[in-house]
Design a protein around this ligand. Structure first.
Ligand code: IPD
Ligand code: CA
Ligand code: CA
Length: 289
């Protein structure tokens, strides 16, 4: 029996511009799946010492909690849309009869945080239609924060419309990032890029869950963010949520190949442009003989 979602899916009356459009049927399906997976993750968080953990690669952990959450999301989405394709971090691709629709799912983003009891992790679900992300969700069950967006309908946090921060000066801005580590990414380039960020921004943050880093850009908590060596499930939902919150996203060269290249730069117009400029300069430095 699926427990009722904690929060009614229909929302309290909102006023003026914060009043959100009713969620579409497809977003309601995604929210139900995320709540169910979130409940399972919270249960596993309480029994972390008994959780089966294995390594997928250097410093890249997977737990029974990741796999359980993915199966729950898959079952819920497949029940509602049996013909849609499914790409999940743990189970890989499950093709569907309907080739124009695909779910892109990270059942537990921030597994290392989760294993350490750090409450910064999320379930992330995106719906891709003919190569374009049209609906997105990132849900942190630890603090019950639900970030959603639908193409052309804006972005919301727990039913309240969100927008990227308006800061224009780097010296007042906080930038988030992901850092390369042993066996993953270019350590020298990473050092150059963080050095440049430390010299120009008011603060640098490494929170350890890419999907939430992007959701926090959309909510105006972080002013800018960049990361490389990511996978489609780390990026799909967050890229739509940032765009629908009035933000800009691109790959690290300013192009649109975010999912293909596995990298992202995000922020408001000024922050996005300035961070791209800093990364480009750091890249040139990194290759100097
Ligand atoms: C990881 C997190 C982390 C990022 C890694 C991702 P996972 O996702 O998003 O912040 O730096 O590259 O793999 O493995 O916990 O789902
Ligand atoms: Ca992830
Ligand atoms: Ca994951």
């Amino acid at each position: 029996m699926v427990p009722p979602p904690r929060r009614p899916l229909r929302r309290r009356a909102m006023t003026g511009s914060e009043a959100a459009m009713p969620h579409s049927a497809i977003l309601n399906v995604m929210i139900k799946a995320a709540y169910r997976a979130g409940k399972s993750l919270k249960r596993d968080l309480g029994e972390i010492e008994n959780l089966q953990v294995s390594l997928k690669g250097p410093r890249n952990f997977v737990t029974a909690a990741d796999r359980r959450a993915e199966e729950i999301v898959y079952q819920e989405l497949a029940k509602a849309r049996p013909d849609y394709g499914f790409l999940g971090e743990e189970g890989g691709a499950r093709p569907g009869a309907d080739k124009s629709h695909r779910w892109i799912v990270d059942p537990l983003d921030g597994t290392t945080n989760f294993l350490h009891g750090i409450p910064q992790f999320a379930v992330s679900i995106a719906l891709e239609r003919q190569g374009t992300i049209v609906a997105a969700l990132t849900y942190n069950p630890a603090n019950d924060e639900l970030f959603v967006a639908e193409r052309g309908k804006g972005a919301f946090l727990n039913d309240r419309r969100i927008r990227v921060a308006a800061r224009q000066r780097l010296a007042e801005a906080v930038v988030g990032c992901g850092l390369p580590h042993f066996g993953r990414g270019d350590l020298a380039l990473g050092r150059r890029e963080t050095e440049a960020a430390q010299q120009h921004f008011a603060g640098l943050r490494r929170f350890g869950a890419a999907t939430l880093d992007l959701a926090w850009i959309a909510a105006g908590r972080l002013d800018a963010y960049w990361e490389r060596d990511l996978s489609p499930w780390d990026l799909a939902a967050g890229s739509l949520i940032v765009r629908e919150a009035g933000g800009f996203v691109s790959d690290c060269d300013g192009g649109d190949d975010i999912l293909q290249k596995g990298e992202i730069v995000a922020g408001n117009d000024t922050m996005h442009r300035e961070l791209l400029r800093l990364l480009k300069a750091a890249g040139k430095e990194a290759v100097k003989p």
